[in-house]
Design a binder for this molecule. Sequence first.
Ligand SMILES: NC(=O)c1ccc[n+]([C@@H]2O[C@H](COP(=O)([O-])OP(=O)(O)OC[C@H]3O[C@@H](n4cnc5c(N)ncnc54)[C@H](O)[C@@H]3O)[C@@H](O)[C@H]2O)c1
Length: 252
Amino acid sequence: MNRYDLAGRTAIVTGGAGGIGRAIASAFIASGAHVCLWDRNETALAAAVSDLGSAAEQRVLDITDAAAVEAAARDCHARWGRIDILVNNAGILGEVKPVWETDPENFRRVLEVNLFGAYLVTRAVVGLMRGQEARPMRGHVVNVASIQGKEGMPRAGAYSASKAGLIALTKTVAKETAEEAISVTCITPAAAETSMAKEITSERRAEILARIPMRRFVEVEEIARLVLWLSSDDCSFSTGGIFDISGGRATY
Ligand SMILES: NC(=O)c1ccc[n+]([C@@H]2O[C@H](COP(=O)([O-])OP(=O)(O)OC[C@H]3O[C@@H](n4cnc5c(N)ncnc54)[C@H](O)[C@@H]3O)[C@@H](O)[C@H]2O)c1
C-alpha cells in the first residue's frame, strides 16, 4: 500500500472521540502527524487519547460554542506553530422521523452541530491557515458529510439537509481559498458501524443496507484512508471536490 508522509504535520479532528474520527486520527498518527482531537464527550475523548498514544492530545469543547472554538484554534496554532489539517467530522444524527413528526428543537440542533459547528471551526482554523507559509500547501480541510446529503433520505430531514449544507459550504470555502494553497474537500460515506449506527432500529438498518450496492457498511479504516489522501500534499489539484465512499450507492 502507498504511504503518506505527514511527519511534522498538525491535524485537528473534530468528533475525534467517535468511531470515524478516531480511525482518521489513528491513520494520521501512523503517517507521522500530531493530532488534536476535539470533542464534547470528555470520557470518550480521554479513552481515545489514551489508545492513540503520545501523538494525540485532547480538547473538550462543543463545536457550536464560537468562543470555545476560537480559543481552541488559537491555542493549537500557538502550540504547534501551524495547523496543517482540519477534519470537520463531529456530527449527530437526530430524530429518525418524517418531517411532520419532528421536533423543531431537534431539527435546529442537528443543523447547529453538523453545519453551523463545522462553519465555526472552518472559520477559526482557515483564518489561521491563510497566514501560514505554503510548503507547498498551506493546509487541507476535509469535511465529513454523508451520502444522505447528496440524495436526501426519508426520515432524516435535518441530517440530510445539514449534510447538503456542508457540501455547499465545502464548495464555497474551496473557491474562496483556491488561490491560497488550501484544499477544501468533502467525503460522503454510506453507513459505518459506529455509535451513530447503533442509534437506529434493525428495520432502519436493513433499509439503509438495501440501498448500498456492495451490500455492506463501510469500514471506518476505509474512510480514514480516503481522508488521509485528501489531507496529504498528494492531493494538490482537487479542491471543492465531493468524494464518494458509498459502496456504489452514489455514482456521482
Ligand atoms: N456512522 C455512519 O453511518 C456515518 C455515515 C456517514 C457519515 N457519518 C458522519 O461521520 C461523522 C462521524 O460520525 P461517527 O459515525 O463516527 O459517529 P460517532 O457518534 O461515533 O462520533 C461523533 C462524535 O462527534 C462528537 N460530537 C457530537 N456533537 C458534538 C459537538 N457539538 N461538539 C463536539 N463534538 C461533538 C460526539 O461526541 C462523537 O464523539 C459524523 O459527522 C457523521 O454524520 C457517519
